[in-house]
Design a protein around this ligand. Structure first.
Ligand SMILES: C[S@@+](CC[C@H](N)C(=O)[O-])C[C@H]1O[C@@H](n2cnc3c(N)ncnc32)[C@H](O)[C@@H]1O
Length: 344
């Protein structure tokens, strides 16, 4: 993980009042400058242009088709952010941008960045209205293009996290896995690749399954990974699984929806089967960590009842349903695991 550099704002170079400086406030109010800088640089394909080579300002400006004045400012901002380095008048990617921001690489996170910096940026503009009315602002109909953008973005985030899960969790005795709300299916695809004996079923809405189909073909995983179309809240889910994965789904729903989905997971599992929840968890006091409380606001903006939840809250639901051996693996990151078992 990249160590967060202290900025001039928070380093206390500014004169303060009553023993405190306004540095943290200035850092907070300029946060969107960073989001937008990263988004535009990604959108213009700067990191992809610089993949594996150094270029001068005039070379980059010419190849991207942007004038030198704005390009210089953008490139220099990227250097200050640790996304580029500049030596002998040549700009190059840093390891961070080379791995995650160059297109066609397996770990490319550009789709997630573009969704955050464009659609979500616009959505967050409605926060005041959402807070006052306690409901999301209706935007123009979410069309297929936006759905594809969303599933691709989740795929980009999932590539990194799925690697982690397939290492953290031992699937060697799992023959069948149900990936509930599987999205692009990236978790199933990575786990299936690591465990060739395993068969996975991705369960999601029909329009999402159509997108997942493309990824299954791309991973050449047709013999291991299949699709089941449906709505978790109203339709039956298939049964007889050794493990169920529920990754980044619960936060879309309120307590009632979550319990209903967890009951479906219980029903889908064989006796002794394992439930793996991958979520953005709050501390038990629900006042942190920062990414999780902000993510909760994000769900307020997007859903009528969604929220981040604490491990304690999810544990309570699981125990009520009958799950045993509930383990909450807390994390400061956006992704944390809750693992439970259906009694044998
Ligand atoms: C945030 S995405 C997570 C995708 C994937 N599990 C991951 O972690 O990358 C949530 C997924 O759950 C699916 N989902 C949400 N509610 C659902 C429901 N009621 N029935 C079926 N799928 C649902 C969405 O369509 C979406 O693909």
């Amino acid at each position: 993980m990249v160590k967060k550099k202290q900025s001039d704002f928070s380093r206390g170079r500014m004169s303060g009042q009553g023993g405190v400086t306004p540095g943290p406030l200035l850092e907070m109010i300029t946060g969107f400058w960073i989001t937008k800088t990263l988004t535009i640089a990604t959108e213009l394909g700067i990191f992809t242009q610089l993949s594996g080579r150094g270029m001068t300002l005039p070379e980059i400006a010419r190849s991207i088709g942007i004038r030198k004045r704005p390009m210089k400012m953008l490139l220099n901002a990227c250097v200050a952010l640790g996304l580029l380095q500049k030596k002998n008048n040549r700009y190059r990617n840093t390891p961070l941008s080379q791995v995650y921001l160059t297109k066609e690489k397996l770990h490319y996170m550009g789709d997630l960045i573009l969704m955050m910096g464009n659609s979500l940026y616009e959505r967050w503009g409605t926060l005041k209205e959402v807070i006052i009315n306690n409901r999301p602002v209706l935007m123009e109909r979410e069309d297929r293009e936006q759905l594809v953008e969303y599933i691709n973005a989740m795929h980009g985030l999932g590539v990194v996290q799925a690697d982690k899960i397939s290492v953290l969790i031992d699937f060697s005795s799992v023959k069948t896995l149900l990936d509930m709300g599987g999205g692009s299916g990236i978790y199933s695809l990575v786990i299936a690749k690591t465990y060739p004996h395993l068969r996975a079923v991705i369960y999601d809405f029909p329009e999402v399954c159509a997108i997942a189909e493309k990824f299954i073909r791309q991973f050449k995983a047709q013999s291991q990974v299949s699709l089941c179309k449906g709505n978790l809240l109203v339709d039956d889910v298939p049964q007889g699984f050794d493990a169920v994965l529920l990754s980044q789904v619960l936060h879309e729903y309120g307590q009632e929806g979550c319990i209903s989905i967890l009951r479906k997971a219980y029903g889908a599992l064989n006796q002794g089967g394992k439930l793996i929840i991958n979520e953005t968890l709050l501390h038990d006091e629900e006042t942190g960590p920062l990414p999780s409380v902000l993510f909760s606001l994000n769900m307020l903006i997007h859903t009528p009842k969604g929220s981040s939840y604490s491990g304690k809250r999810i544990r309570g639901w699981l125990q009520k349903i009958g799950f045993v051996d509930v383990k909450v693996q807390s994390s400061e990151s956006l992704l944390a695991l809750v693992i439970a078992r259906k009694p044998a």
